[in-house]
Design a protein around this ligand. Sequence first.
Ligand SMILES: [Zn+2]
Length: 191
Amino acid sequence: MPQSQPLGSGAVRLGGTDALRKMLTDLSSDSRKAIQKLLSEIGSITGEPATHTDPLDLFDAISSQTVGGIYVDVTTTRVQETIHKDAWPKLRPVAGGSGFAYHFWSPTTKQVQRLAVILLKHSADPSDNGIERIKAGYLVTTIHEMTHVAPAKKIYDHPEMNRAAKDLGARQFDDYVEKHCIPSKYWAFPA
Ligand SMILES: [Zn+2]
């Protein structure tokens, strides 16, 4: 879904969810399997399975909803006008961070819907490398936020997500995702 917003200085835009979907389709089969393993592990820790453990299947399930969905390039001041009004009652002030996700009851569809918002990031480094680093970060954020709402109704919280990643040998959730899914030159955590 294309979104037009005023350009901020150094803002790195994806231009829509298609760019994110392409990043997921471009993942190697080892990367996809690593995420499937992580989501299965959280499912067994919590006793609440994800609707889909494959990152692309999960992305398609969330982004194809009529009222919920995945939103990219969202600035903190424009969250409310970006998302559907059915999602407003559960919206909390957004101070910053990489994104957020939650379930909400939609009176329009009479269903629980899932929302994941990926907030716009800025790059202090305007080179291609700086921009690619931010885009790689969007992939980690997307997998992180989708995981929060991976079950149909329950939220996976940070302790659950981090415990699963530790069980699989990583420091914490985002560390696991970046080690398995993005090039080492873009890692935020040390090797
Ligand atoms: Zn989180």
